[in-house]
Ligand binder design. Structure first.
Ligand code: SAH
Ligand code: SF4
Ligand code: F3S
Length: 479
């Protein structure tokens, strides 16, 4: 690596990332200039993705850009010319895993000094990560964040030809870039971004810093993308945003929110519409009514609650109470009968007492969740909760997680049991991981269903009669 002028680096700044500008976000169209179109010919790439569906969608864009530059997907790491890790910063253990992966890539770089190793995604937005890369991970050639994926062609060119380290992370969002190419990972299920960023600032969470201000894509862009997917025979779309219920709240010229978007998308001819994630505080009746009246919006809702204690919810800055959450949830269940609801819960938030935890268990009991992602609180540098006093021993937190998971698993089972002897519609994903004679797919309520059938059914929606309900899956017979 030649000596470079480090003053040229654009490094992240968490304080800046916290600021929210009142600027109207412009929309620009992506285009690849001729100069970049042949750079990747006879070269290959590989991208490893960590974290949420937002990152999976970003990886599809990175792959799209690289393929437009002439790169093809590598079969193995050893044969790759470019390897990018698209990272997640949500919890410490997620990051530790990625540091391990980065260390592992050092060996490939030694074997092939021309290999470009890149770090992208949410970790790249963190100051301490970039400092550590600069001082200890000399084999990383390229670091770029979540706001400038569209500039990948320039970065790759510089990294390949000038052999300079490229470190370019913006701490604040720029325009919404449309017309980005995508190589979708799936042939009948697709991600569709409807908004970027998050303005909720839950005190434990790094996402508002790594993804910037909440900004919605124009409804026309979304509708056009979904129309194209219908033409390409896609069966299912999942609308993505950190808080899809805030969709459209940033529009100054039109009154158009998430419920309106759902209604418009329902009529486009896509078989299944899902979305993630929702914030309980922004979930409105208009959205619930759109679900009730629609043909294609699936009867499934992921509604993260985080805690059942009002004191903890307040410290988390969640803007609702246990009671108001249950009331929204009941309203949802009343409006969309039979809907399946799952959630996210954090245990061991700083200052969480035994009573607070019991409130969470009580809420779990009342809410009858049919599944949950559960976590032990993880300190994220730069977030308010990292400074909160925390004297609960790690062993107590782990025990709480264990007890909680037990209750949650019971909910999974009850949720599955309600489909016994019923016929459900399954979108067939592929063969079961355990047995290639068995097909696997998801029902409308997002339950994993296994059944015997011909692989030619993959990609189709079929009727399956449920004969066995286990905690993690249903078994059935094709009808
Ligand atoms: N925007 C989404 C998802 C955010 S990340 C939402 O609000 O629902 C997914 C989940 O990770 C969160 O719901 C939360 O339960 C968990 N999480 C986020 N930050 C965390 C932290 N610092 N420690 C432990 N869990 C965390
Ligand atoms: Fe994080 Fe809260 Fe935003 Fe979800 S809503 S991304 S938990 S700040
Ligand atoms: Fe992780 Fe960033 Fe998603 S922190 S969960 S990849 S928004």
């Amino acid at each position: 690596m030649s000596k470079v002028d480090v003053s040229k680096y654009f490094k992240p700044d968490l304080k800046k990332a916290r600021k929210r500008s009142g600027n109207t976000i412009k929309e620009v169209q992506f285009g690849l200039s001729d100069a970049y179109q042949k750079i990747g010919v006879n070269k290959t790439y590989m991208i490893h993705t960590y974290g949420c569906q937002g990152n999976e969608a970003d990886t599809e864009t990175m792959a799209g850009i690289l393929e437009l530059m002439g790169f093809t997907k590598a079969e193995t790491e050893i044969k790759s010319d470019v390897i990018i890790l698209n990272t997640c910063a949500i919890r410490e253990n997620a990051e530790n895993r990625i540091w391990g992966e980065l260390g592992r890539l050092k060996a490939y770089k030694r074997q092939n000094p021309d290999l470009i190793v890149g770090l992208a995604g949410c970790m790249a937005q963190e100051e301490n990560v970039v400092e550590r890369i600069l001082s200890k991970y000399q084999h990383v050639d390229l670091v770029f964040g979540t706001h400038n994926i569209y500039k990948l062609p320039e970065y790759i060119e510089t990294a390949l030809f000038s052999k300079e380290r490229v470190i370019e992370v913006y701490s604040q969002e720029g325009e919404i870039v449309e017309n980005l190419p995508k190589v979708r990972n799936h042939h009948f299920k697709a991600w569709v971004n409807i908004m970027f960023g998050c303005d909720e600032f839950c005190t434990y969470c790094i996402v508002p810093y790594t993804r910037g201000k909440e900004r919605s894509r124009s409804k026309d862009e979304i509708i056009n993308e979904v129309k194209e997917l219908v033409e390409e025979n896609y069966k299912e779309i999942t609308l993505l945003g950190q808080n899809v219920n805030a969709y459209g709240k940033d529009f100054s010229d039109i009154d158009y929110t998430f419920g309106d978007l759902l209604r418009d998308l329902d009529g486009l001819g896509i078989e299944r519409i899902r979305f993630t994630t929702s914030h309980p505080h922004d979930l409105d009746q208009k959205t619930m009514n759109a679900m009730r009246d629609s043909k294609h919006i699936m009867p499934f809702f992921h509604l993260p609650v985080q805690s059942g204690s009002n004191a903890v919810l307040k410290k988390m800055n969640r803007h609702y109470t246990k009671e108001s959450y249950l009331s929204v949830l009941n309203q949802l269940k009343k409006t969309v009968p039979g809907i399946s609801v799952t959630t996210d819960i954090i245990v061991g938030f700083p200052g969480e007492t035994e009573d607070d935890f019991l409130d969470t268990l009580d809420l779990v009991e009342k809410a009858q969740f049919e599944g949950a992602f559960t976590f032990v609180f993880s300190k994220r540098e730069g977030t308010p909760a990292a400074q909160f006093f925390d004297d609960t021993p790690e062993s107590v937190k782990k025990e709480r997680l264990y007890i909680l998971n037990d209750r949650i698993n019971h909910g999974y089972l009850l949720g599955n049991q309600r489909f016994l002897n019923r016929t459900v519609k399954v979108l067939v994903d592929g063969t079961s991981k355990k047995n290639d004679k068995v097909l696997a797919g998801y029902s409308e309520h997002n339950k994993l269903v296994n059944f015997k059938g011909d692989p030619s059914l993959i990609g189709q929606i079929v009727n399956v009669k449920i004969t066995v309900a286990k905690t993690w899956f249903l078994l059935g017979e094709l009808v």
